[in-house]
Design a protein around this ligand. Structure first.
Ligand SMILES: *Cc1c(COP(=O)(O)O)cnc(C)c1O
Length: 373
């Protein structure tokens, strides 16, 4: 144990809860009083607020971020063994959702600077899949650690190849590109309200965004067991994937302070850059015109053990996202890949995530600078 008592949390949900506790209590009590626990009025209200916030034409909540990806893929009506390109350096859900549906997640490498999908590797993968005679239909891009991926360039490649673009924005809700909010771009965007995400509820939750009315009608049906116009009319095979009314009530309160929290996350990221300026570390690189939701503050170092131990000994928690790329996981290593995915492999050995949340204080950053001096 270290001699300092530490108040640094990797993610600080307690400060947030304390800030709006009375509002949360009242919002939850209201749901207990009206008793509409499934698809109650707060769900519709939240979906309206999510549309307003993102600028997406349609926002549909669901049970979690993994289901959001599953619903998106189901809505595109892909066939068994169709290829979906995915980055290897991501959380497992990005490949799990297509694999569960009998699609083929084709593993693509990462960009060493932004950690997002590599455009060159995507082009190589498409080229190789074409030569192999595979039927490729979609790409899922992931906005890793909060930074929206270069949607325009990916979209150019995708439209040439007739690929649908799904954006896995589980970590980037609240981010933007050239003023366009995450949720308003791509054929379909998905997100997660898992508690540790930038906008989290107090349990599982997720959402799907699209500007396409037909897709939104299909996704709405799919999340409600494939229902048609009437409740007991089942027009397609769907899922049971709804957001609980209580979670919607919680999210409505959290969404009110979310813009302020995003500013505080940006302040924390800027403070890190100042505090770590003299360290031999690679800091996150955010593309021009892009704002990150700062789900994580992830540095790169060839001396990860040293920094990890030094910080942990001083009461500063760290995390490693992700210690193993998907193409090396035993559940996923049989899926195809274009090349050796060296960048994904390298990142898994040299990334280190530092505490990131809106409630980090100035004193933390001065202490950090002293520890690493
Ligand atoms: C968290 C996460 C998901 C899955 O979200 P759940 O709500 O936990 O199902 C999917 N993709 C990425 C990139 C994530 O970080």
């Amino acid at each position: 144990m270290n001699e300092y008592s530490s108040d640094i949390n990797f993610i600080d949900l307690k400060s947030q809860k304390d800030r709006i506790r009375f509002l949360l209590d009242a919002a939850i009590a209201k749901v207990l009083d009206h008793g509409q626990f499934i698809m109650g009025p707060e769900v519709k209200e939240l979906e309206f607020e999510l549309q307003q916030f993102t600028g997406a034409k349609f926002a549909l909540t669901c049970a979690n971020g993994t289901d959001a990806l599953t619903l998106a893929l189901m809505a595109l009506n892909l066939k068994s063994n169709d290829v979906v390109f995915v980055p290897s350096f991501t959380y497992v859900s990005t490949a799990e959702a297509p694999a569960q549906l009998g699609l083929i997640p084709y593993m693509v490498d990462a960009c060493p600077k932004t950690f997002n999908i590599s455009l060159d590797s995507l082009k190589d993968s498409i080229h190789k899949a074409k030569k192999e005679g595979l039927s490729y239909k979609a790409v899922i891009i992931v906005d890793l650690f909060g930074q929206p991926a270069d949607f325009q360039k990916i979209s150019d490649i995708a439209s040439e190849e007739n690929l649908k673009v799904i954006i896995d924005a589980a970590q980037s809700f609240g981010g933007s590109i050239q003023g366009k909010k995450v949720g308003s771009m791509g054929d379909i965007t998905t997100t997660s309200f898992f508690p540790a995400k930038p906008l989290g509820c107090f349990g599982d939750g997720g959402a799907v965004f699209t500007n396409d009315e037909e897709l939104s009608t299909i996704i709405n049906s799919l999340r409600l067991h494939g229902k048609g116009n009437e409740k007991y009319d089942n027009v397609r095979i769907g899922l049971n994937s709804r957001l609980d009314t209580i979670q919607a009530a919680v999210l409505l309160e959290k969404l009110k302070i979310f813009p302020d929290e995003l500013k505080k996350r940006q302040w924390a990221a800027d403070s890190y850059s100042k505090a770590l300026i003299d360290c031999d570390l690679e800091l996150p690189v955010i593309a021009d015109g892009t704002t990150s939701a700062w789900a994580q503050f992830t540095i790169k170092t060839n001396d990860r053990e040293f920094y990890k131990n030094k910080l942990n000994e001083n009461g500063i928690p760290t995390g490693i996202y992700y210690p193993k790329p998907l193409h090396e996981q035993s559940g996923y290593n049989h899926f195809p890949q274009a090349n050796d995915l060296d960048v994904s492999k390298e990142l898994s050995t040299n990334v280190l995530s530092l505490p990131m949340h809106p409630y980090l204080q100035e004193s933390y950053f001065s202490r950090l600078a002293e520890i690493l001096e």
